[in-house]
Write a protein that binds this ligand. Sequence first.
Ligand code: AHG
Ligand code: MN
Ligand code: MN
Length: 337
Amino acid sequence: MTAKKISLTRYLVEEQRVDDRIPAQLRLLIEVVARACKSISHAVNKGALGGVLGSAESENVQGEVQKKLDIIANEVLIEANEWGGHLAAMGSEEMDSIYVVPNRYPQGEYLLLFDPLDGSSNIDVNVSIGTIFSVLRKPEGHPGVTEEDFLQAGAKQVAAGYCIYGPQTTLVLTVGDGVAMFTLDREQGSFVLTQENVRIPEDTKEFAINMSNMRHWDAPVKRYVDECLAGKEGPRGKDFNMRWIASMVADVHRILTRGGIFMYPWDKREPGKPGKLRLMYEANPMSWLVEQAGGAATNGRERILDLQPKALHERVSVVLGSKNEVERVTQYHLEAR
Ligand code: AHG
Ligand code: MN
Ligand code: MN
């Protein structure tokens, strides 16, 4: 049987047709983001040949040294999106404040948030990295756009996804109608639908956490991981496997593909910070994807998508993946209170 190839464009047109699930402007916006990801993918692939490896001489707003590719990816996303007429403004991990679409371009009704290059520490070692994005509607009732307009709970997202640059370049998307995966066909230059209705198994034997922080963890996290490590003879009655790629996109991609639990919890290293990962352009889009695939995502206590953001670069504790495992970790936190 030769299955008909469905391009991202066709998938989006059909989403627009069925019950008007997505408006035309949102469809075009997603296409532009996908095009930007394609171009980032080409830059990533060139590696040393394209002079894109190594660090730049700058820090971002979170005090992290920027890699050249962090900056390149950020610029590609801004340039691709600013003139299309779909957006009012953008927010990025690599920019201190929001980027309002200049008034020489038509103003759109959406807000775009992104982590242009996730997994920066893996760029130079040729391990999978990615781009994460989240789309919100600009609140109505006032002209112009402010940072406040971005501070909407993740449950308000209208589209979210990521593009992973690994052995294959794969775009993973939700518009609230399940999760679909599109693989980049390099010869054709287009994203082709390769999986629909992605489902995360409710149970798993695989966990992902940076174990080097164990001594800094909170008791509920320690309890959960200790029980996994105890294996067949322990309270869980089964052996667990561990994976930690240090690119959230790659860890989440594995979980969407075969299940598992991912944790980047609060720890005692920097007790004032709720976690390492950022709510608006890492945790929210990933949490929505995971929920749309039947998984769960919490900060250890509450559903991430219900959290009311207070700042653009706010950090959050993250527990996501297979439903029963996430519920267990959340339960351990609630019991410890
Ligand atoms: P970024 O490269 O955008 O700053 O994000 C890196 C994040 C995330 O992708 C990953 O899960 C985590 O940082 C890895 O952190 P550790 O190096 O502490 O393991
Ligand atoms: Mn990141
Ligand atoms: Mn990043």
